[in-house]
Write a protein that binds this ligand. Structure first.
Ligand code: ADP
Length: 550
């Protein structure tokens, strides 16, 4: 009966044995750093010994606030294989979200990039961070800081034994954690167990997943603070592939250079990144000949992007869908072999959809009447999903569990159609949120901030389509009679900018006489969205430094 538990450790053990000299490359503030799996495994061993020395117990949470680099990757195996839980925190969140997240997770140790240290310094004195017993700064030397006690990463691991006696863990040992701000209200914690990450890794390796092999050179551009960089640090290791980490806030020029110099075959990220690269390639020469595939997900991949990569650069775009709750790969848009001889337009029509369910998962589409809708490409409903790497609950959030799960099913909040061939297409979002450049903006929080203003009678915030960021927030405000609109616009924008990251600020504040309402008296955003579904409203309005990925 049975085998040993499904855990991450054997993936690294195998890579270090079979592909010991395959490289891990990292773009850092100090330039390119590289070592091989053998060197990586030694560092991971040192990290585990350092965790023990720092008093970390199995089950403790260890947080990271870091970009994509080899130090962050060391925590990816070092922390969960030690038996602790790796909690990746998104540094682009508003400060009060970071405070809530650290308090809720009770993180004991926190790794932070030198370049992101201000984010943590801003909240470090809050009682919410009182669980943090030590800060470790990755990257350059520790700057003058109010973090205490603090050490730098190299000193933290230095001198420790490279061998570690790895514990036997269970399938359900918590291994990872990531908060999602997807829906309204406070961010919700998703815990990944060892077996969830194991299952997700194995599915990713299959041809129906991302089909990784040891010959691949894999560059995760999607941040490692987003659902484990879509699991790639684990799946690339399981394949024994070369890793390339693009470092802090990579520009299109950095990505093009890494692809060219490191021979990247596979990369992945949100549409905004690839639109930026295409734009860069219009003006600059770069040799992308090594690149075979790009996974685009997080927001809908525009068909024009899929076509351009294909036609101009001979790069296959795989459109994928997933959520923090699904670890995240849920669907991938592969063509079925019988479609090989279809004409290009018919193929793009399929490839532009979010795709086919990954092997191991199940889904259903539930219509307004509570029944399942047929797979005819037209009828739509909310997608429910379940499977070994789909979470069954949020961390300590009973009210969210009540709302977002039905038995084993996770209600995704995505409204989809499924065609006769089983291709899922997202047609709408049941959850009232805005996703800009791959990052969430809570319309509810913005609405509350607007309505806190004395001269605002009513306000609502709507996501408007945007070519570069996919969506941008636009505020619709009913002013109190007699208010100076220009002053009010400046006033509300200034107060939002004070409390939230710059890129949360609405691109436009549109004054209206009344917010349209549904029959039950709720704000009818559909009406506003349809009325203002006009690119020119927001095109070009976003300041460069407002970019969520910068
Ligand atoms: P991630 O951004 O890593 O996919 P999140 O949990 O932050 O994870 O966001 C998940 C949500 O993002 C989905 O429920 C869906 O609304 C949206 N999403 C993800 N992938 C796509 C896609 N390919 N097309 C359209 N929307 C997507």
């Amino acid at each position: 009966m049975g085998g040993t538990a499904q855990t991450l450790r054997p993936f690294l053990w195998r890579a270090a044995k079979l592909h010991s000299d395959t490289e891990i490359v990292s773009r850092t503030g100090r330039g390119i750093e590289r070592y091989d799996y053998e060197g990586y495994e030694r560092r991971v061993g040192q990290l585990a010994n350092a965790l023990a020395d720092a008093g970390i117990d199995s089950g403790d949470r260890v947080a990271t606030v870091c970009w994509n680099h080899h130090w962050h990757f060391e925590t990816y195996f070092g922390v969960p294989s030690y038996g602790a839980q790796l909690h990746t925190i998104n540094p682009l969140l508003p400060d009060h979200h970071v405070e809530y997240i650290v308090e809720n997770a009770e993180d004991k140790l926190l790794f932070v990039d030198a370049s992101l240290i201000e984010k943590i310094e801003a909240v470090a004195d809050s009682p919410s961070l009182s669980s943090v017993e030590q800060y470790v700064v990755m990257g350059d030397a520790v700057p003058e800081t109010n973090l205490d006690p603090v050490t730098d990463y190299e000193s933290f691991v230095e001198g420790h034994d490279t061998e570690y006696d790895w514990p036997s863990l269970e399938d359900d040992t918590p291994a990872g954690m990531c908060y999602t701000s997807g829906t309204t209200g406070k961010p919700k914690g998703v815990e990944y167990t060892q077996s969830m990450l194991w299952g997700h890794t194995m599915a990713t390796l299959t041809p129906q997943g991302l089909e990784f092999d040891e010959s691949d050179v894999i560059m995760p551009v999607v941040p490692m603070f987003h659902v484990n960089a879509w699991g790639m640090p684990y799946s690339a290791t399981a394949a024994g592939a070369k890793h390339v980490y693009p470092g802090p806030a990579p520009e299109p020029a950095d990505l093009a250079k890494l692809i060219e110099e490191e021979g990247v075959t596979f990369t992945a990220g949100v549409p905004t990144v690839w639109l930026g690269l295409l734009e860069y390639l219009e003006e600059n020469d770069a040799d992308l000949s090594s690149l075979e595939r790009i996974v685009i997900g997080g927001s809908a991949a525009p068909e024009a992007v899929i076509r351009q990569f294909d036609e101009k650069y001979d790069v296959e775009v795989l459109h994928a869908w997933g959520m923090t709750e699904t670890s995240p790969i849920g669907t991938v848009s592969h063509l079925k072999s019988k479609m090989d001889d279809w004409d290009a337009d018919r193929q793009y029509e399929k490839r532009g959809k979010q795709g086919l369910i990954a092997p191991g998962l199940e889904f259903k589409v539930v219509g307004d009447d509570g029944g399942e809708v047929p797979w005819n490409g037209e009828d739509f409903g909310e997608m429910y999903i379940k499977g070994p790497w789909v979470t069954q609950e949020y961390f300590e959030r009973p009210e969210a569990n009540e709302a977002d799960f039905e038995g084993e099913w996770l209600k995704t909040g995505d409204v989809v159609t499924v065609d006769e061939e089983g291709y899922v297409q997202i047609v709408d979002r049941a959850k009232d949120v805005i996703k800009s450049g791959g990052e969430w903006i809570s319309s509810l929080e913005l609405e509350n901030a607007l309505m806190a203003h004395d001269d605002v009678a009513e306000a609502t915030v709507v996501g408007v389509p945007h070519e570069r960021w996919q969506e941008r927030p636009v505020a619709f405000v009913v002013p109190v009679e007699g208010t100076d609109e220009d002053e009010l616009r400046e006033g509300v924008l200034a107060s939002i900018r004070e409390e939230y990251p710059r890129w949360w600020a609405p691109d436009e504040v549109v004054f209206i006489d009344e917010v349209p309402k549904t029959a039950t008296g709720k704000f009818d955003k559909k009406v506003l969205r349809e009325e203002y579904d006009d690119q020119s409203l927001v095109e070009g309005a976003v300041p460069e430094d407002a970019a969520p990925d910068e």
